[in-house]
Design a protein around this ligand. Sequence first.
Ligand code: FAD
Length: 413
Amino acid sequence: MKDAVVIGGGPSGLAAASELAKKQYEIKLLERNDELGGLLQQCIHEGFGTILFDESLSGPEFADVFIEKVDDAGVEVELNTYVKSVEKKDDHFEILTVTGEGVQNISARSLVYAIGCRERNRFEIKIGGTRPAGVYTAGTVQRLVNLYGILPGKDPIIVGGGDVGLIVARHLHLEGVDSLMMVYPEEFFSGLPRNAQQCILDFDIPYKPRTTVKRIIGEKKVEAVELVEVDENWAPIEGTEETYGCDSVILSVGLIPYSEKVEELGAVIDPRTGGPEVNEFFETSVDGVFSVGNLVQIFDYVDDAVKMSFVAAEGVDDYLKGAGRKRDEPVRLKPGKNVRSIVPQRIAHESEGKIKIFFRPGLEKENAKVDIRSEGRVLKSFKKRYIRPSTLEELEVSRGVIGGKKEVVVDVR
Ligand SMILES: Cc1cc2nc3c(=O)[nH]c(=O)nc-3n(C[C@H](O)[C@H](O)[C@H](O)COP(=O)(O)OP(=O)(O)OC[C@H]3O[C@@H](n4cnc5c(N)ncnc54)[C@H](O)[C@@H]3O)c2cc1C
């Protein structure tokens, strides 16, 4: 019986596993791919580690730091191992895995899910038309280009102005794709301003805001798309349709946590984040089941995801020791005015110290004020110089401020 099994060998899983093994627990790490590192192995650009290490590393370099930690800490790693399902028993979990050698069962006292997220597809954003070859998600393109040296096309159109799309656009441009265009429904790019500048504006890559793809055209391969302008609610404006010739469509239209597996185990899912609801130690609503990384919410920076894995490791440690006084009634944290989502969704433990609260703003604003309130009373206010929906915000709050409350709301004004 393992003390904890960590499912997913991306940066969040690596960080949680190494931290727990350092505490002398017996830890197994299961990864479905043939290497560790998760998404980072295909992110060959720099920009990782600026918060944790104060230097800008590439994705694989950042992953290597944690792969080494996992090795040094003596974590037992199983690659090519897909976790099919998990069953909760009285005092432990039974994990059913599928490997090249067949199926196997592993028992563990606790679980850390670190299985990341998936990309939204064309049907989820209602792009009509035919179904030819040449329609990709941005992550697939990133993998093809960066790991296998294969270009998806000569004149692609990228749909979506978030960070993933911006970074993929720059890679394609640098690889020699000079007929490239980006469209997105927002007024401005939805990715970090730094990425918009460094990936699109610096290279004069053409882009069309308030525009989306209505229809894909082509029999065997993509031949063109029908573009349409959209209003501020992203509704298509009739009469603005135009045909744009291209040989591939690259979708970068959002990431969705892989929450089905924890949901099957009984965890409550937050419809706002798409991930499981967690407490301040990233424990889901199922005792002994923790979730970290992009499975909980889409983190802008891998550094933040990793830092939160360290917090989750503290929680697993408490759980395994049977320590960590839990409140009978957790404090509920709720998104209020101009807040799209909040993590953690509840504060469950009675202890000292500070808690990190992450929230995604629902508007763009200079000199914003963030209020933490309960029953109509403001408990604490913070000033933020600039907030925008593309940037996940972080607050640090003393437990004393929210202790004893039933419900605490975060507002932005
Ligand atoms: C294009 C792009 C650019 C980015 N650029 C930056 C950047 O510049 N700076 C930055 O800080 N962050 C960046 N990020 C974000 C960063 O990559 C993520 O924050 C980070 O990878 C999240 O780590 P994770 O461990 O939660 O998930 P992942 O890295 O996705 O790892 C999840 C792991 O779980 C495994 N898994 C899934 N299901 C199972 C299963 N059933 N059984 C076993 N294993 C399973 C997967 O194979 C994978 O290895 C970028 C992301 C993308 C997509």
